[in-house]
Write a protein that binds this ligand. Structure first.
Ligand SMILES: Nc1ncnc2c1ncn2[C@@H]1O[C@H](COP(=O)(O)OP(=O)(O)O)[C@@H](O)[C@H]1O
Ligand SMILES: [Mg+2]
Length: 415
């Protein structure tokens, strides 16, 4: 038996289709994981089976559209258009519409238990804030649009200059993840807050610290602000920082089970979100304990749904800080008998042009294996430009190498 050739029994046909319809078809076919040509074929079959035409579709400005169809389907379709009194373009547009109507966008997959992602490293300047923001943005992008996502997850390829899969710009278009995301600026310095164009909360009002200390007057949700942008359309929110978090240890001195204070505060808004990301301060104090506790695996929660994401730099000095951080997490695990999952390591500021220092240190991060490297983010100018423009990176430069890599990271930790 010969195996069927998908193209062998098809012929290329060229017609016209309005661009909005073509776009919808493209997105929907990716969402359903099928070729556009198969969708068109199914749509034509369904349209030909209808007892009457659909109401006319506005096909003005239709542009050239080429697809592959079984030869006899195309000739039969042309004959049907003629006998049903519609133009070929109108018949094709209706066929595509029939397929779209019978294949609605799949519902966004939502976690059963809100995902808590704790982005940490007590070392400053490694990129915690950049990774928190970018990952959150990638999680919140519109699920009815296609976005470019880095294809290669084989980070080893980055180390081999001759490897042709090492094309940092190689991407595929995939639907956004459509999650409802809360970014928590847990660093009193407020970098995340300012980068996203907001002001830290005033010292004399409510704040996350006040909620953690049990001193708040209003609801935590009143402090949350939306991050604008069509691609996030109301799904991306920020809990701004307040400088009172510098005094967290003092404020929580008399609070019982202090490590649970962040959880008690955020519990109130969890139902509104699919994912909550915590941008940790560069310290190993109480705030890190509270964040780790918040990211622990809850009863009934599947491993890897929540946990800590450690951002490191592709340079040797990062390794000592990593050791300190993981030993603190291990202590928490043992002392309080917690299950804390590592979501992985993100190697940030990676610049292969720095030569051996960069490549050998990426290699040593990969050699750790558990936790494994789940993202390698290049050192690129767009990150700094977006910060200066006070805009989310994925809105400022949606197709840049970094955005494409951050989307891959968001998908890698969402499996
Ligand atoms: N991949 C990157 N490429 C270029 N600049 C980056 C990258 N990641 C972070 N930065 C910049 O480096 C600085 C420190 O990053 P930041 O995310 O604030 O680190 P942290 O939160 O760990 O202190 C910021 O100016 C940020 O814009
Ligand atoms: Mg930071």
């Amino acid at each position: 038996m010969t195996s069927p050739d998908t193209r062998g029994d098809r012929e290329k046909v060229v017609s016209k289709l309005p661009s909005w319809l073509r776009q919808e078809l493209k997105v929907r076919a990716v969402q359903h994981g099928i070729d556009m040509q198969e969708a068109v074929e199914a749509g034509i079959t369904a349209w030909r089976g209808l007892g009457s035409n659909l109401s006319p579709i506005d096909t003005s400005g239709a542009e050239s559209f080429a697809t592959f169809l079984p030869a006899e389907q195309w000739s039969g379709f042309r004959a049907d258009c003629k006998s049903r009194g519609v133009s070929l373009i109108q018949g094709l547009a209706q066929s595509v519409q029939v397929w779209l109507d019978s294949h609605p966008s799949p519902a966004v997959k939502r976690p059963e238990i809100v995902r808590r992602i704790v982005v940490c490293n007590q070392k400053g300047g490694v990129g915690k804030t950049a990774i928190t923001a970018g990952t959150g943005e990638a999680l919140a992008e519109d699920s009815t649009s296609l976005v470019p996502v880095r294809v290669s997850k084989h980070f080893a390829a980055l180390l081999d200059e001759d490897d042709r899969t090492n094309d940092p710009l190689a991407f595929e278009d995939l639907p956004g993840l459509g999650q409802r995301v809360l970014l928590v600026d847990f660093d009193p310095q407020g970098h995340l807050t300012k980068q996203l164009g907001h002001e830290p909360l005033p010292m004399d009002g409510d704040s996350l610290t006040n909620h953690m200390a049990g001193d708040a007057k209003g609801d935590l949700s009143d402090l949350i602000v939306p991050i604008d942008g069509d691609r996030f359309s109301g799904r991306l929110h920020l809990l701004p920082a307040c400088a009172d978090a510098f005094l967290l240890d003092v404020r929580l001195a008399s609070v019982r089970a202090r490590e649970a204070a962040l959880e008690r505060a955020l519990n109130a808004v969890e139902a509104d979100y699919d994912v909550i990301l915590i941008d940790c301060p560069p310290s190993l104090g109480l705030s890190m304990d509270a964040a780790t506790y918040y990211g622990r695996r809850r009863p009934q929660e599947v491993p890897g749904n929540s946990g800590v994401l450690i951002v490191v730099q592709a340079e040797d000095s990062s390794a000592d800080a990593y050791g300190l951080l993981t030993s603190q997490i291990e202590d928490m695990r043992n002392d309080l008998a917690l299950d804390v999952d590592y979501l992985g390591l993100v190697v940030n500021h990676y610049d292969a042009r720095r030569g051996y220092i960069a490549t050998s240190s990426l290699q040593s991060w990969m050699d750790i294996k558990d936790p494994r490297v789940v993202g390698v983010i290049g050192d690129l100018k767009e990150q700094k430009e977006a910060v200066r423009a006070k805009q989310p990176l994925l809105a400022y430069a949606p197709r840049c190498e970094q955005s494409v890599a951050l989307r891959a990271l968001a998908r890698e930790i969402s499996k």
